[in-house]
Design a protein around this ligand. Structure first.
Ligand SMILES: [Ca+2]
Length: 188
């Protein structure tokens, strides 16, 4: 009986002393690496595709990839140049406050029929949406046309900013973007 009591007392000590046997539980303070999820954006110089027109203005920052094998899936924001003279479709994301930014990544669709990963991306950032950094320019080699696919284009930015501008030069006509991701510098 005495032994049972001792065991019970020991158990009580183990259960009440925090961290005695178990590792510290992740308290949810894991570094948040994705800065753009759920954030608002605007799309400039874009004539949207009827089948992929992002009616709720959420597609680019909902945290989900576009459907790589279905261009008509509403997970895409499909657009072509509204004014061809301006040469780029522009996406501007608002992170709501100045953040340390590492990489900016964007996912695009590639098909055989006029929807292509852009030929070039230019990324610039701003604290006030008025003065912009010199853009980081990335020329993107042409992709295999088949099968339908998608590609992430990743650009190192490494700056502190509130606004992120992505300018996409269409390769032919349509640019279908599924997500724009903005990551903290410590993200891998
Ligand atoms: Ca998305």
């Amino acid at each position: 009986m005495k032994r049972v009591l001792v065991v019970l007392m020991l158990l009580a000590v183990i259960l009440t002393v925090p961290g005695c046997f178990s590792k510290k539980v992740d308290s949810g303070d894991k570094v948040k690496v994705e800065l753009a999820i759920g954030k608002k954006y605007e799309v400039i110089n874009a004539e949207k595709h009827a089948a992929a027109n992002d009616p709720d203005q959420k597609v680019l920052t909902d945290g989900n990839e576009g459907n790589a094998v279905n261009w008509q899936d509403p997970s895409w924001l499909g657009a072509k140049l509204a004014d061809p003279a301006k040469e780029v479709i522009t996406y501007i994301l608002d992170l709501e406050k100045a953040e340390d930014i590492g990489k900016v990544r964007a996912q695009f669709h590639q098909t055989l029929y006029g929807i292509d990963v852009p030929a070039q991306l230019k990324i610039s950032v701003s604290l006030d949406k008025s003065t912009w950094s010199d853009p980081v320019v990335v020329d993107i080699p042409a992709k295999d046309l088949e099968p339908p696919s998608s590609d992430w284009v990743s650009v190192d930015v490494n700056a502190k900013a509130r606004y992120v501008k992505v300018e996409a030069t269409p390769r032919q006509e349509w640019v279908f973007c599924g997500e724009i991701s903005v990551r903290r510098p410590e993200a891998k």
